[in-house]
Design a protein around this ligand. Structure first.
Ligand code: ZN
Length: 156
């Protein structure tokens, strides 16, 4: 058994696993490996290395997939949370406007009454009424718009 045969066997062992070898080469190799402990060891080591390479390669994509799923789930929850918050703000703004409109006649009368009692100029209590009615609704609308703009500025 000369070095040239070992070298050829070594080459064929690698080639067999990468690109395949001819039938004649496979026969020669199996004959050589049967008689050669050195090349049997090499073939086993090559198989183990390739197997190790494959099994080591599996956790990476599966880990990557689960990390991606985790990120997608997080993002979905984040969006759902934002959606709820936005709905809540719209509800608050709507209730504020509805209460303002519903209570407007009573508030108007209250301001009118106070204005007559105190003798304040009509303009003062009219402005007071408008402020009382409009400011909370405008503030609520401002909050809605601020959150809306804030969300529009977020990277999607
Ligand atoms: Zn050999």
């Amino acid at each position: 058994m000369n070095q040239e045969m070992h070298t050829r066997a070594e080459h064929l062992i690698a080639q067999e696993r990468v690109e395949g070898i001819s039938q004649a080469e496979r026969e020669w190799l199996s004959t050589h490996v049967q008689d050669c402990a050195l090349c049997t060891g090499l073939a086993r080591q090559t198989d183990q290395a390739l197997r190790g390479f494959r099994t080591a390669a599996i956790p990476l994509p599966s880990g990557l997939a689960s990390r991606t799923q985790f990120r997608v789930r997080l993002r979905a929850e984040e969006l759902r949370e934002h959606g709820l918050r936005r709905k809540l703000v719209w509800v608050i703004a709507g209730v504020s406007w509805a209460l303002g409109i519903a209570s407007a006649p009573w508030v108007w009368h209250a301001f009118e009454w106070v204005g007559h009692r105190t003798g304040a100029p009509k303009l003062i209590w009219e402005v007071g009424f408008v402020m009382w009615w409009a400011v909370p609704a405008l503030l609520a609308t401002g909050v809605v718009l601020a959150i809306w703009n804030d969300r529009a500025g977020e990277p999607q």
